[in-house]
Write a protein that binds this ligand. Sequence first.
Ligand SMILES: Cc1cc2nc3c(=O)[nH]c(=O)nc-3n(C[C@H](O)[C@H](O)[C@H](O)COP(=O)(O)OP(=O)(O)OC[C@H]3O[C@@H](n4cnc5c(N)ncnc54)[C@H](O)[C@@H]3O)c2cc1C
Length: 504
Amino acid sequence: MHTGRKPNCPEARLRVLNGHPVKPDGKYVLYWMNAARRVRWNYALDHAVQLATELQKPLIVLEALRCGYPFASDRIHQFVLQGMLDNQAALERTDVHYYPYVESTVGAGKGLLRNLAQSACCVVTDDSPATFLPRMTAAAASQALVRMEAVDSNGVLPMAEAGRAFHRAYDFRRFLQRRLAPHLAQPPKRDSVTGAKLRRLRGLPGPITKRWPVATPSLLNAKPHSLRTLPIDHEVSGTNLRGGASEGRKLLQRFTREPQGLANYGAGRNHPDQASTSGLSPFLHFGHISSHEVLHAVQQQEGWTPENIRPLRSGARNGWWGMSEASEGFLDQLITWRELGLNFAAHRDDIQSFDSLPDWARNTLDQHSADPRPHTYSLAEFDCAATHDPLWNAAQTELRESGRMHNYLRMLWGKKILHWSPSPRAALGVMLELNDRYALDGRDPNSYSGIFWVLGRYDRAWGPERPVFGKVRYMSSKNTRRKLRLADYLRQWGSEDQCSLFPA
Ligand SMILES: Cc1cc2nc3c(=O)[nH]c(=O)nc-3n(C[C@H](O)[C@H](O)[C@H](O)COP(=O)(O)OP(=O)(O)OC[C@H]3O[C@@H](n4cnc5c(N)ncnc54)[C@H](O)[C@@H]3O)c2cc1C
């Protein structure tokens, strides 16, 4: 494609972003890593390594962290910085030149990419559909005076394959059952860097590092005192969940190998007292781990080979992969549900808008918009976990303090915000604000799948029609408490006195 050979990633994953040619006399190939923040199982890195090898040029990996992104906070910064530290360590022993940059003031990083691109043969970047990234990438491509290409490392199905937005998980699963198999045979490389024959860069251009200094080890260590100097939200504090590829991989190993994890996923995933889910969503969100790597670990655990896959076309959830029920259930979340969100984000630019709901859901919610509510709370009251419901308050406290919330409780959490807000649109605003601000995995296509599922996306109409909810699926704390094992969870996160919004 560039040098007469096919790209080192499937063509369906590659997008040329501008009309400039590759410059063979450039000084290096530049990979601007901004979504798939990892050095293994990464199609964009595979592609950049091949390009640099063919052109016999050094490869620079630029991983930058701005401070003006939406909801920038100690929590998000810490997680991303820990991932950068891992990437630095992983690339230290290789010929790839890693350039970590962390903005010290809003806008300080402006111009870095454009300047670095000036001496590049080509810029490779990640093709992510999440929130501000498509706009940022398009703007960078229009300013670069060299060829810029984006590579989709988001999921197991290339985003371009579907060609349209799907509105039901069942239809998307049927599509996957017909079209996924050939893509399973083209995973990214587990490691494209070790052993690659790359020229070494003598050093980054001095004027560039003078203006945009390489991040210091102390900053990458993300200690509270170094975060304190940055203009980000310090009220949303760091958590004890460490970010980065190595922690993500440890979690994956524990999940797939320990009896409480994958093997118990079917029976245990809904119960907050049982740690039977993977906990991988923040790592998937920041690209610290690849869904291909997760799939590979599940396949290994199952002793699976491609011949096991069944020629199913019905859209049924079980009996497709030819694995245990627990693993099939897990892969349905990791692949069908996760990639349904990626599919919507890739094909719609109104993913966060109330009007993107299916007609039946919008109509029924609008018809019941003025119904009297049993309780109404403001954003500040929800934020402080100051409702009348101890279970809801515990879930919100978990989110605010740990950056996580159990999946089943996330559904209840959203349904009750809908129930106790003055209108469905107000409820949407509260869910977006709290989830994106506090959740480590927030600001993700999955965030909007989950939040809009609360309001009817990907669901069907349910009876009986109820006040406030109309035909949208209803959930209650009473039923949840009856169905789930929650005692330990409530001991950990529940409290009589949730916050100081209403002093005694
Ligand atoms: C109101 C609401 C808000 C949500 N916000 C987010 C969010 O901000 N970010 C986020 O990643 N997920 C979100 N979800 C979906 C889901 O709750 C989380 O993905 C899941 O709880 C993550 O935990 P885990 O990694 O242990 O999942 P596991 O059960 O171990 O599943 C493995 C992976 O599959 C995917 N997955 C699991 N459940 C779902 C689901 N219901 N929809 C889409 N993908 C899924 C995730 O990538 C997850 O990491 C939300 C759901 C609701 C109802």
